[in-house]
Design a protein around this ligand. Sequence first.
Ligand code: UT7
Length: 323
Amino acid sequence: MTLRAVVAGVGHYLPARVVPNSEFERTLDTSDEWIRSRSGIERRHIAAPGETTSGMATQAALAALRDAGLGPDDVDAIVLATSTADLTFPSAATMVQAELGMTRGFAFDVQAVCAGFIYALTNANALIVSGQANRVLVIGAETFSRIMDWSDRSTCVLFGDGAGALVLEAAQGTGTNADRGVLSTDLNSDGRHREILYVDGGVSTQTTGHLRMEGKEVFRHAVEKLAATATTALTKVGLTGQDVDWVVPHQANIRIIQGTAKKLGLPMDRVVVTVQDHGNTSAASIPLALSVGQERGQIKPGDLVVTEAIGGGLAWGAVVLRW
Ligand code: UT7
C-alpha cells in the first residue's frame, strides 16, 4: 500500500471587476488586436480597492471545502502560494486560517512566483505522504494588479488577480500510476536568470516595486523548460504525453501553451485554457484553471492531469496527478 494525496475538492474566486483589452486603448499605445494576437488574453479580473490576497484566498478555500463537503477544522494544514501577500508578515496562509475560523493545524506561504502552485502542491503532497497531515488546503492567490507599472504596456496588459484552491486528502493507493492523487513532481530553479523577470522593490529597499520583464527572453525559456519538466515528471512514473487526458498549464500566453503542448505531442483539445478570461494570475493560474476545468466538465475523476508552470527566479516545475 502507498499513501497518496488525492484531490477531494476544488474551488476558485475571481474579483467582480472585469477589464477588457479595449480599456487599455484609452491610456496606452496598445490595441485589443495586439494583446489578443501576442498573448491570447481578452480580459482579466482586477481586485477592488481594499480587496486582498488573503481575502480572495479565503473565498477560494471556502469553495474548495464546499466541493469536498468538509469544514475548516477537517483540514490539518494550509499551504498558500503567493508573491503578493497582504503584509510582510504574518503569512497570508495564517490570515486565511483565521478567516476560515480554523482553530488547529498549521499554515505557511510558499513563494515561487508563477511556479508557486506547483511548489505548494509538491510541499502539500510531501506533508501527506510523510504522515504530517491528512488533509491540506493548497491555495494559489495573487493581487498582481498592485505590482503593475500601469504605464508599461509590455507588462500591465498581461496580468490579472484571482485565487484557486484544492483540498488534498490522504488515501491508500496501490503504488501504481493507476492510483488517484499526486503521482510525481519535478521542481527546478535557476537564479542566474533573475534579471529577465523580477520586481524592482521589496522590504529591504522599503518600496513595493513594480514587475519588470523581458518578455521575449522569458518566452524563450518557457516552452523548452515546461516541456522538459512535464516530460521528466511523466517519465518518473512510466508515462508519456500519450497517457495524458488534460494538460493544465500556467496561463501566461496562449503561444507558450500551444508550443508546450506541441512539444509534448498533445492536441489543444486536451489542454485546459483560461488565459483569455483571466490573463496571467501567477500562482493562482493553475488552481483557477483546475477549478474552471472541472466546472466546464473537462476534468473528470480518474483523468490523468499534468500541470506545469514557470516564472520569476527562474523557477519551474510540473506535477502529474490522477484526478
Ligand atoms: O508568468 C511568468 C512568465 N511570463 C511569461 O510567460 C511571459 C512570456 N512572454 C510573453 O508572453 C511575450 O513575450 C509577450 C506577450 C510579453 C510579448 O510578445 P512578443 O511577441 O515577445 O513581443 P515583443 O516583446 O517582441 O514585442 C514586439 C513589439 C515591440 O515593439 P518593437 O520593439 O518591435 O517596435 C514592443 O514594444 O511589440 C511592442 N509591444 C506592444 N505593442 C502594443 C509590447 N507591448 C505592447 C503592447 N501593445 N501592449
